[in-house]
Design a protein around this ligand. Structure first.
Ligand code: KE4
Length: 428
């Protein structure tokens, strides 16, 4: 398929923006080809610069849970913008959204707003280190918590499990305090804790992983982490940037009934504007400046425009439990349809799904961690991605990403998606 205008725009962009994009995944490196440039979006659809419409499953990587240009959000932003976009001074709306978020999410008394999921997770780890007085943290291979140095770590030499930088610019000094564990492997976490007894401030994870495809926790995994943290004086940090306000009003803590000590948010909480947040009980949050010694700040943190978008979004989700049920049903319907057509075509695959998060993997064995996710056949995924794109279906341009459904998707859209997959399956 010829993406004439997008190709021209991509060529121009690459002259002044590294890789032509402001975030790497958008460049289609994992799937090849030219990224499409979006002109506008509405509901479940995006329209590219060649005026081609797509049914889309990115939804800005999660925020557009109610669909693009959702009227209450747009109206709130437009009205707020007329009164000023940012002051660098406290405003009432920050308290309004903070009170609402605290009322929706279990185990938090206070919340601090920032401008991205990266900032939320970075700040949460600093707070955990400041509160416990310990330096190390455990993260999981395949979990992504944004691009701050401490998270850009890959598996180090097996035994010691020390991380090593997975990006130039990250120092060994930083890497030594990041310990890498295997997702869904409690025994591995226990080993690492034993090897670093008394030195670990926190364990941070995506309680439902979305950055190695969608990988739910196996039975007992979250509960086991909670018990280990209680036993060893470690804080449990749930990175709910993807899952927060998407999998349930109260996120994974509500869905699985497991209590985190600190919770990170992004995406949905900002309604499509740049908002992240981290939250905890008062005893921990009171360590944050200006109350306590742990420093954290941000010029645009809590700016009224972003708060207006986030507040409109959370208010609607708080009033409409049926959104979560509707999303769950639509995603199950899509799952069943994909399963049927891929099986009929004899395509080896796995489908992971929870709530309105779903991913398709072209591999034999179940996908339960990064290693099993990496076994997916990427050539098949590339054909799958481009076959769907050419048919007007836009899914995540990487096998390591998750599809996010919006409630603006109709069952007719889902049927068109399944139909397109049935056609593409013949080419895999
Ligand atoms: P941001 O700094 O990109 O707002 O959030 C970082 C982040 C933190 N935690 C989780 C669980 C996340 O999924 C993310 C960001 N997600 C990616 C999608 N895999 C954003 C897309 C991108 O990097 O452009």
């Amino acid at each position: 398929m010829e993406y004439k205008r997008s190709s021209a725009l991509f060529a121009e962009a690459q002259k002044v923006i590294p890789g032509g994009v402001n975030s790497p995944v958008r460049a289609f490196k994992a799937v090849g080809g030219t990224p499409i440039f979006v002109k506008e979006a509405k509901g479940a659809y995006i329209i590219d610069e060649d005026d081609k419409q797509y049914i889309e499953y990115i939804n800005s990587w999660g925020p557009m849970i109610l669909g693009h240009t959702h009227k209450p959000v747009i109206d709130a932003v437009v009205d707020k913008a007329k009164k000023g976009t940012s002051f660098g001074m406290p405003t009432a709306i920050e308290t309004q959204i903070a009170e609402l978020a605290v009322s929706m999410v279990p185990n938090i008394d206070m919340i601090r707003f920032v401008n991205s999921g990266t900032e939320a997770c970075m700040s949460a780890v600093r707070l955990a280190r400041g509160y416990t007085g310990k330096d190390k943290m455990i993260k999981f291979a395949g979990c992504y918590h944004g691009h701050s140095d401490a998270f850009l770590i890959q598996a180090g030499s097996g035994a010691v499990t020390f991380g090593s930088p997975n990006s130039p610019g990250v120092t060994q000094g930083t890497a030594k305090d990041t310990l890498l564990a295997r997702y869904n492997d409690l025994e591995n976490v226990k080993e690492i804790i034993q090897q670093n007894e008394g030195e670990i401030a926190c364990i941070i994870l995506e309680p439902v992983a979305g950055n190695m495809g969608c990988i739910p926790p196996v039975a007992g995994f979250l509960e086991g982490l909670r018990a280990l943290c209680d036993e060893h004086g470690i804080l449990l940090v749930f990175d709910e940037v993807m899952t927060g306000f998407r999998l349930a009003k109260g996120g994974v803590q509500e869905l699985f009934g497991v209590k985190a000590d600190i919770v990170c948010f992004g995406k949905v909480i900002g309604g499509g504007l740049p908002v992240g947040a981290f939250a905890s009980r008062k005893e921990i949050m009171s360590h944050l400046a200006p109350l306590g010694p742990v420093y954290q700040a941000g010029t645009l943190s809590g700016n009224p425009l972003a708060m207006a978008a986030g507040l409109a979004m959370l208010e609607e989700l708080n009033q409409k439990d049926e959104v979560f049920t509707s999303l769950q049903k639509k995603t199950a319907y899509l799952h069943e349809g994909i399963e049927k057509v891929l099986t009929a075509a004899g395509v080896t695959h796995q489908i992971n799904r929870i709530g309105s998060m779903i991913s398709v993997h072209f591999c034999e064995a179940p996908v339960t961690d990064f290693a099993s996710s990496a076994k997916g056949n990427n050539d098949s995924f590339k054909k799958f991605f481009h076959g769907l794109l050419d048919r007007g279906i836009y899914i995540a341009p990487s096998a390591f990403e998750t599809w996010f459904l919006s409630d603006a998707l109709s069952y007719e859209d889902l049927d068109k998606t399944i139909q397109a997959i049935e056609e593409v399956a013949k080419e895999l």
